[in-house]
Design a protein around this ligand. Structure first.
Ligand code: BG6
Length: 517
C-alpha cells in the first residue's frame, strides 16, 4: 500500500493572510462557462452575499466568458439570478454597483486567438477598476474544455503571476476515472503550480461539513470514543429527491458513483475518519484526509451495489407527485445502464478503524432529501434493563447523527427511563442541536466560503491532486466492472423509495440495516 505523503514543494505551502476579517486583494474573477446554470444559481448569488457582508475588495470585477454573444444581457441575467436565487431585493443599495462590476467576453474556448483578446480585455478592465495583476480563473465549463482552457492560459501568458497572484478554480468532475484524473492533473500542473490550483468540492464549503472537524477536535468528550473500541459502524447517506434535472447527457456518462460518491461522500468520510491534524492549515488537513483514503483497501465488487430508478412518487410541496423513470428522462438512453444509486461497504485499515465498516450510499429520486452521517456505537456489554419486564421499546444503540442538510444539526440518541412508579423501562430519546435554533438561519451556501478562500489563496477546503487520484483509484475498478455489464434488473427501485433491495442486502449480510431517515 502507498505511504501517506502529499507531493508538495516548500513554495506550495499556502500563505494565508491572518487576522479577523479576511479580505482578499483586488482581483478579477474570470468565469469560463459563465452562461451555465452554476454561475447564475450559485456563484453570483454567493459573490453578491460576500459583497453585502463587505467581504469583497472594493476593486473587484467579474468577467463571464462563454461562446454565446451576450454582451450586456449577461449582467442583466446575473442580476436576475441574484434576485431569484440569492438574498437580494430590487431596491438593495449594493445591487446596482455590484452588477456594474459584471462584464462579459464572448469566445470559443478552443480558439487560441480568443485568449489574446481576453488578456487585452482583462488588462483594460483592471485599469478601469484599479485592480492590478490578480486573476482568479474559474473553470465552470463542461469538463472536455478544461484541458484546452488551461493550455491556452499557459501558452498566452495568462497563468503567470507577473504582477500579482494567478489562481485557477476547477469544478468537478475532476476526471472520469483514475487515468483521466492523472492526465488532467498532469496538464494542470504543467501550467499552474499546485499552490495555484483550487479543485472545488462544494460540500467542503458547507457549514455543517466544516463543523465535522470542529465537533471532533474542538470538544474533549467525543474523540476518546471515536474509534473501533466504541464504534460499531458508520453510515453516510446522500439522498436526493431530485432526478437528473435535464442533465441527461452529463449524467449518462457520470452515474451516482462518479457524480457524488467519489467526491462529496468521500470528503465526508475522510472528515469523520481522519486523525487530528497538527494544525488547521491546508497541508496538515489535506494530509490527514489523504491518509484515510490511502488506508482503504481495494473494495471487493461484491461490496458495491447499484440501482436505477423507475417511475414512482416523490414528496412534493403539496403532497406526492408522480415522476417518470430514469430511462424515460430527456436525452437518456431508453436502455441505459447508468446507476442513479450507489451503495458501498468500505473499511479503513488503520489502528483507529480496523474492523469498523463504513456504509455509504447516494441516490437520486429517493424517498427524502437527506444528507447525513451517523456514527453508531456499540451496545453496553451487558443489558440489565428491559429484560424481564418486556419494556415498551427496543433498546437502541447510541447514535450520533450529523445532519448535513436539510434541517442542519447534530443529535445524540441514548436510552432514558420512561417515567413510571411500576418498573424500569428504557426508551430511546435524543439530545438535539439545530443550527437555526442556535445561530439563526445561515444563508451561506458552500460557494460563498470557497470563493472567498480561493481569492485568499487558502487551499484547506479544496482537493489536493493526490487525494483526487487516491479516491479515483478506489472506485475505478468498480466503475470498470459495472461498465462491462448492464444489469438486467434495471430499473430496480421505484422513484420515491430507499433504493434497490441489494442495498439492504449489503448491510443485512453484516446483521445491520440502513437507518430510517
Ligand atoms: C453535484 C452533483 O455535485 O452535487 C449533483 O453533480 C447533485 O448531481 C449535487 O445533485 C448535490 O449537491 P447539494 O449541495 O444539493 O447536496
Amino acid at each position: 500500500m502507498a505511504t501517506a505523503q502529499l507531493t508538495i514543494s516548500p513554495e506550495d505551502l499556502s500563505k494565508v493572510p491572518a487576522g479577523k476579517v479576511r479580505l482578499p486583494e483586488p482581483t478579477i474573477l474570470v468565469i469560463f462557462g459563465a452562461s451555465g446554470d452554476l454561475t447564475k444559481r450559485k456563484l453570483l448569488p454567493a459573490l453578491y452575499h460576500l459583497e453585502q457582508n463587505g467581504l469583497l475588495p472594493r476593486e473587484f470585477a467579474i468577467v463571464g466568458v462563454a461562446r454565446r454573444p451576450l454582451g450586456n444581457e449577461f449582467a442583466a441575467d446575473m442580476r436576475a439570478g441574484i434576485l431569484e436565487f440569492g438574498e437580494a431585493k430590487e431596491d438593495d443599495p449594493h445591487l446596482e454597483s455590484f452588477v456594474n462590476k459584471v462584464r462579459y467576453f464572448a469566445m470559443n474556448f478552443d480558439d487560441a486567438s480568443g485568449y489574446e483578446g481576453l488578456k487585452a480585455e482583462l488588462d483594460k478592465i483592471a485599469k478601469e477598476f484599479g485592480i492590478g495583476g490578480n486573476r482568479l480563473f474559474y473553470l465552470a465549463t463542461a469538463p472536455e474544455y478544461f484541458t484546452g482552457i488551461i493550455e491556452n492560459l499557459g501558452v498566452k501568458g495568462l497563468a503567470k503571476p507577473e504582477h500579482g497572484s494567478v489562481r485557477a478554480v476547477i469544478e468537478k468532475p475532476f476526471g472520469h476515472d483514475l487515468d483521466s484524473a492523472r492526465e488532467l492533473n498532469r496538464q494542470v500542473n504543467a501550467v499552474f503550480a499546485e499552490r495555484q490550483v483550487f479543485r472545488i468540492d462544494h460540500y467542503l464549503g458547507k457549514e455543517t461539513v466544516q463543523n465535522i472537524m470542529v465537533f471532533r477536535f474542538a470538544n474533549g468528550i467525543f474523540e476518546p470514543v471515536w474509534n473501533r473500541n466504541y464504534i460499531d459502524h458508520v453510515q453516510i447517506t446522500a439522498a436526493e429527491t431530485l432526478g437528473v434535472e435535464g442533465r441527461g447527457p452529463f449524467y449518462e456518462k457520470a452515474g451516482a458513483l462518479r457524480d457524488v460518491v467519489q467526491n462529496h461522500v468521500m470528503e465526508l468520510l475522510s472528515l469523520v475518519a481522519m486523525e487530528p491534524p497538527v494544525s488547521f492549515e491546508s497541508q496538515s488537513v489535506r494530509l490527514e484526509k489523504l491518509k484515510v483514503w490511502q488506508a482503504i483497501p481495494p473494495i471487493p465488487i461484491t461490496n458495491a451495489v447499484r440501482g436505477q430508478y423507475g417511475p414512482g412518487k416523490i414528496p412534493g410541496k403539496n403532497g406526492e407527485v408522480e415522476v417518470i423513470g430514469y430511462r424515460q428522462e430527456e436525452r437518456v438512453n431508453p436502455n441505459s445502464g447508468t446507476e442513479t444509486y450507489a451503495g458501498v461497504r468500505l473499511e479503513i485499515d488503520n489502528w483507529r478503524w480496523a474492523g469498523v465498516p463504513f456504509y455509504v450510499r447516494a441516490g437520486k429520486r429517493m424517498a427524502k432529501r437527506a444528507t447525513e452521517i451517523s456514527i453508531q456505537f456499540k451496545q453496553p456489554p451487558l443489558m440489565i434493563f428491559n429484560r424481564n419486564s418486556g419494556g415498551e421499546c427496543d433498546i437502541q444503540p447510541n447514535v450520533i447523527t450529523m445532519r448535513i442538510q436539510p434541517d442542519e444539526g447534530i443529535s445524540l440518541r441514548f436510552g432514558a427511563k420512561v417515567p413510571s412508579t411500576q418498573n424500569v423501562s428504557v426508551c430511546p430519546v435524543t439530545m438535539d442541536f439545530a443550527y437555526d435554533k442556535a445561530f439563526g438561519k445561515s444563508s451561506a451556501n458552500g460557494y460563498e466560503r470557497l470563493l472567498l478562500d480561493a481569492m485568499l489563496g487558502d487551499q484547506t477546503l479544496f482537493a489536493h491532486r493526490d487525494g483526487v487520484e487516491t479516491t479515483w483509484a478506489l472506485y475505478t475498478p468498480i466503475l470498470e466492472a459495472w461498465a462491462a455489464k448492464t444489469p438486467s434488473t434495471f430499473p430496480n427501485y421505484d422513484a420515491g423509495s430507499w433504493g434497490p433491495a441489494s442495498a439492504d442486502e449489503l448491510l443485512k449480510r453484516d446483521g445491520r440495516e440502513w437507518r430510517k431517515l
